[in-house]
Design a protein around this ligand. Structure first.
Ligand SMILES: Cc1cc2nc3c(=O)[nH]c(=O)nc-3n(C[C@H](O)[C@H](O)[C@H](O)COP(=O)(O)OP(=O)(O)OC[C@H]3O[C@@H](n4cnc5c(N)ncnc54)[C@H](O)[C@@H]3O)c2cc1C
Length: 498
């Protein structure tokens, strides 16, 4: 049956695109390879303990809070509660000290002592103008973000200068070792060698969001609540989702005026084959995939016994030690080796969400950085690493499950060889993502668009890639200059077309 639009993949970007287009009155069909919808934002019962659910991929959502798409969509009005840990992120150090990024900037700076003013300068100034930072770092990387000039010029300049400073000479501005470690732990989200400009950009965006608004929020019940809100809205506007439907060839999709791929460029090349012009295919084939992550989910009988009591308040803990240790660990991974103490990200949703504790048992979410394609079970490495900062951790572990990097693509083929960023985070690919085309969402074939984290603004649950791509589709395929409201009550602001 002919559709107006087919979306391949039901991750947050695919659903954001689908919702936008369905709200514009178009007939939208979403085809999802997996049995469950939501891609990198699913919350599932892994069978580790009765009733205890885990976030399969994403767990912590500063980007969803900051995203203009989700602002318009209004998660709160749809019953999605974004819970606010008092501590956005923390960085325990081997000697027992810890960097602690409270939502409250003053408290953070005070605890950093002599480096408090430098933290205010580097991160705090950005946090105070987080709206402008979001426009700079979470735009389509091709157009001047609306509303940035002239008022955001100073913030944009400060952001750029700090990327240069932090991305080339980590910590020169800092005199101690806690603040540099605290910022480097955030930079490590880029899963790329440190220091680097791309990692510094990631660090400055995420760290500033840690002090802006609600900080690094965690949805009540897990990330799946965001997916459920998107699916409800899509269905309410006539959209349809078919699961267990991998798209491998062009014939796996019904005809439509527009096809959007919430996938990697690799999948677009496989599905379209010769339907793509040769130069377009070659440039999509040049897209690079990056270092990987292996997931370890735990069930605990008690909260993690972090040595520093303030770390126990954190929704997210970066387990990597000192700045030098993290630089060495990421360098090893980039060289294709397993670090003895791999950079590990840990999130305990029960810090803010009691509903996640079932029968006295609680989930703990973690992943560790490993070389691309690694099939190593990192449970022991992660356990030992956490134990270093939380003596007794081993004793509270009731069950665990590892998904090695090489197996990540079994539950989401966008994570090529375990690259959870759906493409390497390099400075080139921050801007020329997925290619250097003027329109990053175009594929080279009329009516076919990319809308995944492989396009700007890159990884994260923000829905912006889907939203930006949908805007192109409305304008170019359906000649519509006005975007539909995303708000639940249909009466709110109409976004201007770009
Ligand atoms: C372990 C892990 C931890 C993360 N932590 C965070 C976090 O805390 N906060 C955050 O903001 N982000 C986090 N991320 C990143 C975030 O999950 C992703 O960047 C985000 O989900 C990307 O959204 P997307 O819609 O582009 O793609 P995805 O969410 O990856 O969804 C793509 C969908 O397309 C489907 N698909 C792919 N190919 C096909 C095909 N050929 N046919 C049909 N369907 C197909 C997939 O099955 C999948 O459902 C994490 C990711 C991982 C893996």
């Amino acid at each position: 049956m002919h559709r107006d639009v087919v979306v391949v993949g039901s991750g947050p970007n695919g659903l954001a695109a689908a919702v936008t287009l369905a709200r514009a009155g178009l007939g939208v069909l979403v085809l999802e390879a997996q049995p469950t919808v939501g891609g990198g934002a699913r919350t599932l019962d892994l069978g580790l303990a009765d009733g205890v659910v885990h976030d399969l991929c994403s767990a912590v959502h500063p980007m969803a809070w900051a995203s203009p798409f989700f602002r318009g969509f209004d998660l709160a009005a749809r019953g999605v509660e974004l819970l606010r840990p008092e501590v956005s992120f923390a960085q325990p150090l081997p000697d027992g000290r810890a960097g602690v990024a409270y939502r409250d900037l003053d408290r953070t700076a005070e605890r950093l002592g002599d480096d408090g003013d430098a933290w205010r300068f580097v991160v705090g100034r950005l946090a105070e103008h987080a709206d402008h930072v979001v426009r700079v770092a979470m735009g389509d990387k091709r157009s001047l973000p609306p509303g940035l000039l002239p008022r955001g010029t100073g913030t944009a300049l400060h952001f750029g200068l700090q990327v240069l400073e932090q991305g080339t000479t980590w910590g020169r501005r800092f005199s101690g070792d806690v603040a540099p470690a605290l910022l480097t732990g955030v930079a490590a989200h880029a899963i790329t060698p440190l220091p680097s400009l791309a990692a510094a950009g990631t660090a400055l965006l995420l760290a500033s969001l840690g002090h802006a608004g609600p900080g690094w929020v965690i949805p009540r019940g897990g990330s799946g609540s965001i997916v459920a809100a998107l699916v409800d809205d899509l269905v309410a506007h006539g959209g349809e989702i078919v699961t267990d439907h991998p798209v491998r060839t062009w014939d796996d999709m019904p005809p439509a005026h527009a096809h959007l791929f919430d996938t990697t460029p690799r999948t677009v090349v496989e599905v379209l084959g010769d339907r793509l012009p040769r130069h377009a295919r070659e440039s999509l084939e040049g897209f690079r995939y990056g270092n990987a992550a292996a997931k370890v989910d735990f069930v605990l009988s008690e909260p993690v016994p972090w040595a520093d009591p303030e770390v126990r308040r954190a929704g997210t803990v970066h387990v990597g030690g000192t700045r030098d240790e993290m630089i060495a660990a990421e360098a090893a991974v980039h060289a294709g080796q397993h670090a003895e103490r791999p950079m590990t990200l840990v999130s305990d949703p029960t810090v803010v969400d009691d509903s996640r504790v079932v029968g006295g048992l609680r989930p703990l979410w973690s992943y560790a950085h490993v070389p691309a394609g690694s099939d190593v079970d990192v449970t022991e490495a992660v356990t030992a690493h956490v134990e270093r900062y939380a003596p007794g951790f081993r004793d509270v572990v009731v069950a665990s499950r590892c998904i090695p990097a090489a197996h990540m693509s079994r539950h989401n083929q966008n994570y090529v060889d375990g690259d959870i960023c759906a493409g390497a985070t390099t400075m080139w690919q921050m801007f020329a993502r997925p290619t250097a085309r003027r329109d990053p969402y175009a594929t080279g074939r009329d009516g076919v668009y990319l809308c995944s984290a492989s396009t700007p603004p890159g990884p994260g649950v923000h829905g912006l890639s889907g939203w930006f791509a949908a805007r192109r589709v409305l304008r170019e395929v359906f000649n519509t200059a006005v975007l539909p409201s995303l708000a639940p009550d249909r009466t709110a602001e109409v976004w201007p077309a770009i």
